[in-house]
Design a protein around this ligand. Structure first.
Ligand SMILES: CC/C=C\CCC/C=C/C(=O)SCCNC(=O)CCNC(=O)[C@H](O)C(C)(C)COP(=O)(O)OP(=O)(O)OC[C@H]1O[C@@H](n2cnc3c(N)ncnc32)[C@H](O)[C@@H]1OP(=O)(O)O
Length: 282
């Protein structure tokens, strides 16, 4: 066996130090590999990592903590071996309490900015379905490794949602415009082969630990760069993508809230939620 292969296998076996995220919740878990300094951030909200207000706040706190503690990189993954994330928790959008909806949407915008602009190298080990905002979490990262047998994509138009600009941007940041446009208009969920073909994902892995090793290898590719120069260059490269959200977060929030509160949106959501519930009872 090649020495580099042995080294990578050691990486997979290495003990990690759990650093939690200060707020005592287990919705996300952070473990730092003592030898590589890379943090694994695990989504841990059963049953399917749907992003409710608490998960978004927790995730944002964990991303910031990973930056604060000087980790060399961030690998985002899931504790569920079938679902990376099922996207937004639809119960947050259905007949919402307005104060909670405002807090929820703000938390979504803030978390996305934190992940998209994170100063450390980021990679997603996608070990299950990554649906809608589940896909957005993965595309906010710099690199994606996925396991076969799962779907990834934004299928919002299939159930009557018009995606807000930052969700559109997260797709456009990894896909050529014509592919992003077609996929969004079709509400397409990509199989692993399709995702690899259009570069929505970078690599396929044959298990979660293999995915984590591949993500760590990607993060290791920045070992010889100067962290501040890398972070600022990333920020500059992504500056245009985040302009709207940074310049006018409250305007973006208002537009989304207006749309979510329309009878059209609420009726469509009611039908979709009923279908989801009946499917899970089958
Ligand atoms: C201004 C802009 C407005 C809107 C935003 C537009 C962009 C939208 C972004 C989003 O992210 S919307 C969320 C879209 N996500 C989905 O549609 C995913 C739906 N879920 C599934 O397809 C499946 O659950 C699955 C992820 C493939 C997993 O399947 P599995 O068979 O493993 O689980 P099951 O379906 O039985 O689900 C278990 C349990 O969880 C509930 N559930 C699933 N997803 C969600 C969700 N996103 N929100 C809330 N609840 C969800 C499901 O109903 C089951 O609940 P039950 O056991 O109580 O019946």
């Amino acid at each position: 066996m090649l020495r580099s292969q042995t080294k990578l296998m050691d990486l997979g076996r290495r003990l990690c130090r759990s650093i939690g995220n200060n707020n005592g919740s287990n919705l996300t878990m952070v473990e730092v590999d003592d030898k590589t300094g890379i943090a694994t951030l695990t989504l841990n909200k059963p049953p399917v990592n749907s992003c409710n207000l608490e998960l978004l706040l927790d995730l944002n706190e964990s991303i910031k903590q990973i930056e604060r503690n000087g980790s060399r990189g961030l690998i985002l993954t899931s504790s569920n071996d079938k679902v990376f994330s099922s996207g937004l928790d639809l119960n947050e959008l259905h007949q919402p309490n307005q104060d909670r909806l405002i807090a929820f949407w703000r938390a979504l915008q803030d978390m996305w900015l934190s992940l998209f602009l994170s100063r450390v190298p980021t990679a997603a080990a996608i070990n299950g379905h990554a649906i809608a905002v589940g896909c957005v979490l993965a595309t906010a990262c710099e690199y994606r490794v996925m396991l076969p047998g799962f779907s990834i994509g934004i299928h919002a138009t299939k159930f009557g949602y018009v995606v807000p600009p930052f969700i559109l941007i997260s797709y456009l940041s990894v896909l050529p415009r014509y592919i992003a446009e077609r996929a969004l208009l079709q509400g397409k969920l990509f199989s692993i082969d399709e995702a690899l073909h259009v570069n929505l994902i970078d690599e396929v892995a044959d298990g979660k630990s293999d995915a984590i090793i591949k993500c760590a290898k990607f993060i290791g590719s920045f070992a010889k760069t100067q962290p501040d120069a890398r972070a600022l260059t990333k920020r500059q490269t992504r500056a245009q993508d985040v302009q709207l959200l940074i310049k006018d977060p409250e305007g973006q929030l208002r537009e989304s809230l207006e749309y979510i509160n329309t009878p059209f949106f609420q009726q469509g959501l009611e039908v979709y939620l009923a279908k989801l519930k009946s499917k899970s009872k089958e």
